[in-house]
Design a protein around this ligand. Structure first.
Ligand SMILES: [Zn+2]
Ligand SMILES: [Zn+2]
Length: 155
């Protein structure tokens, strides 16, 4: 499991720029910043979190711009938007196939390795074409389980 606080140091402006260009997008300052933030962090941030992280370097950046930029990046397939029940929309800049565990208590989203075994449906014979797959597991994370054990009345 990748730690929430892990930071990906391999994100260079050059790589971000070529990813945008390859997707047919102009590498504007805003797009580079938003995509960069998502590739750098593993915390599946909300649009608001991205906005507040970028604000110190980009004081004129509006929330609307962040929302619009995220929409464009999602449509271009450079960013995944996660559909998490009962939560704000979260975004993921890591496109390697991986699954998610969402803590229903603290709301943290953990990355899990993508392991499927042989239990996949035979999509072809069903006449279905899969464009993306996303599996989410819900439950209590280690921290929240510990908190509950230490403090059973404290919920
Ligand atoms: Zn938790
Ligand atoms: Zn993820």
């Amino acid at each position: 499991m990748i730690s929430q606080t892990a930071k990906n140091k391999n994100v260079t402006l050059k790589k971000l720029r070529s990813r945008l260009l390859a997707a047919g997008l102009r590498p504007s300052v805003q797009r580079l910043a938003v995509l960069g933030d998502l590739c750098e962090h593993y915390d599946h941030p909300t649009a608001d979190t991205i906005h507040s992280r970028l604000l110190p370097q980009m004081p004129t950046l509006s929330k609307t711009t962040v929302y619009n930029t995220l929409r464009v990046l999602c449509e271009a397939g450079l960013v995944r938007s996660l559909n998490i029940a009962h939560a704000c929309q979260r975004f993921d800049g890591h496109l390697d196939s991986h699954d998610h565990f969402i803590c229903s208590h603290c709301g943290h989203v953990y990355d899990l390795p993508h392991e499927r075994g042989n239990r996949l449906p035979d999509f072809g014979s069903l006449g279905l074409h899969v464009e993306r797959e996303e599996i989410s597991y819900y439950g209590l994370c280690r921290n929240c389980q510990k908190q509950e054990r230490d403090n059973p009345e404290g919920r």
